[in-house]
Design a protein around this ligand. Structure first.
Ligand SMILES: *[C@@H]1O[C@H](CO)[C@@H](O)[C@H](O)[C@H]1NC(C)=O
Length: 503
């Protein structure tokens, strides 16, 4: 007993000593003015509190006061925020790397995080596949997505013609997840509740685990990750995903062999499993397992797209005057025979504007996050050392210099800008003024797919359902530091429209 106690005390003392050494070693003098440095705030409690709950104002005041780059103290370190005028410098600078940032900030080396590691695997098999197959032009992916959106809506939202609440997270995530899975894993597993539960749970546990790990001092994280329930769940889920996907791959191989033996054409599969299998494998790098690739796709596509859908639903519920014009646009674009294609989706210009406007008002305060992988210099000659974490300010999205009445929601905003000849007014287009999808070589490769998926979801929803927020319910995104999540507790009520009003 005593020995155990002593040895564990000793362990903790060693860990504490190591942490101090680490902190001392990594402590650098900030190169830019610190905006949340307060007298007597030795343990940075106030700095971190201000960052967590008041970051928008910290940035606005900081830029107003200093007129150039600033430093913000955050739990575990500091971040450098540059004015958006430096966006082009950021986008083209090869000393900065986004993938390296994700690897470090999301702990891609930890066991159980293979789904994250696979997104940025060295041979880029996932990102290349997204770029090639889910491009803006590819319409052969649309029918599957369309069918699965319809089926998932039926399952999650039902056909009751009286108002009823949906289960906010489950009944939005479930639709996005199934629609994406139709392209990622094929129709069979997309419709399989067990597989759906597996990928959705993985994404949730992974992001929660990342958040929990950040609350620990960096040197302790490699130890702590063995004991968190979420990391342990991730390890189990990776094993299950790998086993399931090995069965899928083996099954397909057997079918191909049987067909070949009988002199028949092998069955054709058209999904990310088949595409990544067919992708060339560099001898010096290992292609991730099929299961890891599936988890990677879910990590990349599930949370972000669901957040977007949720915010649009809330905004449409709050602006019922948008509903009829949107329905009319959808009807005209798809014709009476519901003809889904890229041209039809491109014709949904008001819907595109609505989706982008909803994205604009979720306050993501920064964009273009990068790690400095080699010492680098700003255009004015200021040196930024390797290891720094840099990003640009995104406040152009709600600046009166860019937008009229920037604080108010206007579903027509980007449509009007498009008609007036402004650039980068479409949802998939990224610009200095609206950089949620990032930019440069790291621009989000899934944005075309996300856009198609969202438009198809909303086309089905608006055509088939009425939506509203529960009477008196006020919804707002929840800010957390530089980021924000869409209201996680929105009370959305829906009812199926009479069949005669639909298509
Ligand atoms: C478009 O998607 C289909 C799958 O639906 C795929 O087979 C095809 O290769 C893709 N086209 C391109 C140009 O990648």
């Amino acid at each position: 007993m005593l020995v155990q106690l002593l040895s564990s005390t000793l362990t903790w003392l060693l860990v504490a000593a190591a942490s101090c050494a680490y902190l001392l070693r990594t402590k650098r003098r900030p190169i830019f003015p610190v905006v949340n440095d307060y007298p007597l705030d030795f343990f940075r409690q106030r700095a971190h509190r201000e960052y967590r709950s008041n970051a928008k104002k910290l940035l606005a005041d900081g830029f107003a006061k200093h007129g150039g780059p600033i430093t913000v103290l955050v739990p575990g370190g500091s971040k450098i925020v540059l004015p958006s005028a430096l966006s082009d410098w950021m986008k083209t600078n090869r000393d900065l790397d986004h993938q390296q940032l994700v690897r470090e900030e999301y702990f891609d080396r930890f066991p159980g995080f293979e789904g994250l590691r696979a997104i940025h695997s060295p041979d880029n098999v996932v990102i290349d596949m997204l770029r090639a197959k889910l491009s803006a032009q590819n319409e052969s992916i649309l029918p599957a997505v369309d069918q699965h959106v319809a089926a998932a809506l039926e399952e999650h939202w039902g056909d009751a013609e009286s108002w009823h609440a949906i289960s906010w997270d489950r009944d939005t995530t479930g639709i996005i997840s199934r629609a994406a899975a139709s392209v990622f894993v094929g129709p069979e597993k997309a419709a399989d509740p067990e597989w759906q539960a597996l990928v959705q749970t993985y994404v949730r546990e992974l992001f929660t685990a990342v958040g929990k790990l950040h609350a620990w001092p960096a040197p302790l994280r490699p130890l702590v990750q063995w004991f968190l329930p979420q990391t342990s769940a991730c390890r189990t889920l990776v094993r299950q995903a790998r086993a399931t996907m090995r069965d899928v791959v083996d099954q397909r191989a057997r079918e191909a062999k049987t067909a070949a033996d009988q002199g028949l054409e092998p069955p054709r599969y058209d999904d990310a499993v088949a595409w990544t299998q067919a992708a060339p494998n560099n001898a010096d790098s290992n292609k991730p397992e099929a299961g890891d690739i599936q988890l990677a796709l879910a990590v990349a596509a599930l949370f972000t797209t669901t957040e977007a859908l949720k915010q649009v639903l809330i905004d449409i519920a709050r602006h019922p005057e948008l509903v009829e014009p949107l329905r009319e646009e959808i009807r005209q674009s798809l014709s009476d025979r519901w003809q889904v294609g890229q041209a039809a989706l491109a014709n949904m210009e008001l819907l595109d504007s609505v989706v982008k406007e909803s994205q604009r008002l979720v306050p993501l305060l920064v964009g273009l996050e990068r790690k400095v992988i080699r010492d680098t210099t700003l255009p004015d000659g200021t040196r930024i050392p390797e290891g720094s974490h840099v990003m640009v300010d995104s406040s152009d999205m709600w600046s009166p210099e860019v937008h009229e009445e920037p604080e108010s929601y206007d579903g027509y905003r980007f449509l009007k800008r498009r008609r007036a000849g402004h650039k980068a007014t479409q949802f998939v287009q990224s610009s200095r003024e609206h950089n949620v999808f990032g930019g440069g070589r790291h621009i989000c490769p899934g944005r075309f797919f996300a856009s198609s998926e969202l438009k198809l979801c909303l086309a089905h929803i608006l055509t088939k359902y009425d939506v509203r927020l529960k009477d008196g319910y006020r919804s707002a995104p929840i800010p957390s530091g530089f980021y924000a999540i869409v209201d996680p507790a929105a009370q959305l009520e829906v009812r199926r429209r009479g069949v005669s009003t639909g298509f």
